[in-house]
Design a protein around this ligand. Structure first.
Ligand code: NAD
Length: 525
């Protein structure tokens, strides 16, 4: 299956304009379609075979917790055996998949992109039900998944081409080839359940590796729908094996297995560090040092200077703090504002926040919905209490209601002190801490004073201040005079510093190198 067409230059998938009646109708139809498919049972997939187990777990709609989205065979119930089988299947598949022409491997991705593009709203609708994304957020997630498929396919073709080397002083022909690593464990989070899960899986696959995908237990249905796409494009059996189960059982067994060559993880700092440590322990029979790509959390800040355009800053802050209920690793959870514009900015932010429409994400007008689960709800509420206890003042929100779904009000806490708990710990909910500072020096100092370094933004009309941010604001993704969320594949390669992870820069030109090793070949002539 060779690439049969001239490839166009990569461009990001456009977002859907839901103000157009035909697009609204198409999304409404997709929502009704998915609604009619809720509650079905799904198996595991090992070597292309469906594996049904007696023990099941359910994925529920966080915005309407009595609604079951999908029921999954639970790999935890026979984990040692199933992990072994899935890894063996991937190991067997690797024997041939590693030698498949890279262009042919890329072609599977391009065809998967076509299918998802064609059924875009169907995939978005699954995310609306399974993780509580609004229409716009779900649409962006699907577009990003398409981008990863199109981008990594092209990137693989680029890396498979001749690589530049210095001419040899010896009579020999030299080349450098990128070859895959082996069998990888793919462990994604639930918050970009299509885009990140898809990007992590296909980057490993297009580079010639085979995988065991363990989706988040909070978003297995969308991952299963993606597995169906891979089957539809004819990806050989065993290249991606699907094990739905918990991180602490199936995830840990995968990470520890001696035949796992690399782990591609995106999730919290605590789990990322645990994986990093476990992966470093060499098991009997293990022939390599495991590679770990770990993209983790953030405590992202937006700095607003005294000379900023406050209208634009307020909009960017509200979008960054409350989009998808603050559940993005890039979400703004700290507003660091110059005291001279503090009150004027807060007035604007509070007005915008109070106008946010919160509710059922299947409704087109909804701008915010529920957080993912009871644990996330409890953490948000306890962090709000902690913020008050440590001297913070609730400016809006502060309450939750979990009677129907896990709803947390968009919450802004003023008078937060640098170094206090809610200024340091990732909350991953719609909770914004406001820190008042005297000047830009102090703003940068506070911004950099966490263990994370993922995204950040500065609003200022002074180019000098923006230049300083370029040098001194220590984050993997810096934004100037714009919101700190919404990284685009290829445009804003994504990944953070320090405890935000290994800075793998997903959607960037070096990303695929994480899943390959270079072989230098010299032949005497
Ligand atoms: P999580 O760490 O709870 O879980 C992530 C994945 O790890 C899940 O599949 C889970 O089942 C699995 N897991 C849990 N414990 C494990 C263990 N002991 N061994 C192996 N696997 C295990 O994170 P989450 O709640 O799914 O996602 C939210 C987190 O992800 C936030 O911290 C967010 O900032 C981060 N995130 C980071 C990025 C990024 O690019 N830096 C992107 C999205 C999300």
């Amino acid at each position: 299956m060779k690439a049969r067409r001239a490839l166009s230059e990569f461009r990001n998938e456009p977002l859907t304009d839901f103000s157009l009646p035909e697009n609204r109708k198409a999304m409404q139809n997709a929502i009704e379609q998915v609604r009619s498919e809720l509650g079905k049972e799904y198996p595991l997939i090992i070597n292309g075979e469906r594996v049904w187990l007696d023990k099941k777990f359910a994925s529920i709609n966080p915005a309407n917790k009595s609604q079951i989205v999908g029921v999954f065979s639970d790999a935890d119930s026979d984990a040692t055996n199933l992990v072994e089988r899935a890894i063996e299947s991937a190991y067997e598949a690797f024997k041939s998949w590693q030698f498949v022409d890279p262009e042919e491997r890329a072609e599977y991705l391009f065809r998967a992109a076509e299918i998802i593009r064609h059924r875009k709203h169907y995939f978005s609708a699954w995310m609306i039900f399974e993780v509580g994304k609004t229409w716009a957020e779900a649409d962006a997630d699907t577009a990003e998944a398409i981008d990863f498929l199109e981008f990594y396919g092209r990137e693989m073709i680029r890396w498979a081409g001749p690589q530049p080397l210095i001419p040899s002083p010896l009579p020999e022909k030299n080349e450098l080839k990128y070859i895959p690593l082996g069998v990888g464990a793919i462990i994604p989070p639930w918050n970009f359940p299509l885009a990140i899960m898809c990007g992590m899986t296909v980057s490993a696959v297009v580079t010639g590796n085979t995988t065991v995908l363990k989706p988040s237990p909070d978003a297995p249905t969308i991952a299963y729908k993606f597995m169906e796409v891979l089957e539809e494009v004819g990806l050989p059996k065993g290249v991606v094996n699907f094990l739905a189960g918990s991180g602490t059982i199936v995830g840990e067994l995968l990470v520890a297995h001696p035949k796992i060559r690399f782990i591609s993880f995106t999730g919290s700092k605590a789990v990322g560090l645990k994986i990093y440590e476990e992966a470093a322990k060499t098991k009997p029979g293990q022939k390599w040092m495991k590679r770990v790509v770990a993209e983790m959390g953030g405590k992202d800040a937006i700095i607003v200077c005294e000379d900023a355009n406050l209208e634009e800053a307020a909009l960017g802050i509200v979008q960054s703090a409350f989009g998808f209920q603050g559940q993005k690793c890039s979400a703004c959870s700290r507003l660091i504002v110059d005291e001279k514009v503090h009150d004027a900015l807060l007035d604007k932010i509070l007005e915008m926040t109070k106008n946010l429409k919160i509710g059922d994400p299947t409704e087109p007008e909804t701008q915010m919905s529920a957080v993912i689960n009871q644990k996330a709800f409890d953490k948000a509420i306890s962090m709000i209490e902690k913020g008050i206890e440590e001297g913070g003042k609730i400016l809006t929100g502060g309450k939750g209601d979990n009677s129907i779904g896990f709803y947390v009000e968009p919450t802004i806490i003023g008078d937060v002190k640098p170094g206090s708990t809610i200024e340091q710990v990732e909350i991953f909910a719609p909770v914004l801490a406001v820190i008042k500072v005297k000047n830009y020096d102090e703003a940068l100092e506070v911004a950099n004073d966490t263990e994370y370094g993922l995204t950040g933004s500065v609003y200022s009309t002074s180019q000098e201040k923006l230049e300083r941010a370029k040098r001194e604001f220590h984050v993997g993704n810096l934004y100037l005079n714009r919101k700190c969320t919404g990284a685009l594949v290829g445009v804003h390669p994504f990944g953070g510093f320090n405890m935000s992870g290994t800075d793998s820069k997903a959607g960037g030109r070096e990303y695929l190198l994480h899943f390959m090793q270079a072989k230098s070949i010299a032949q005497k002539i």
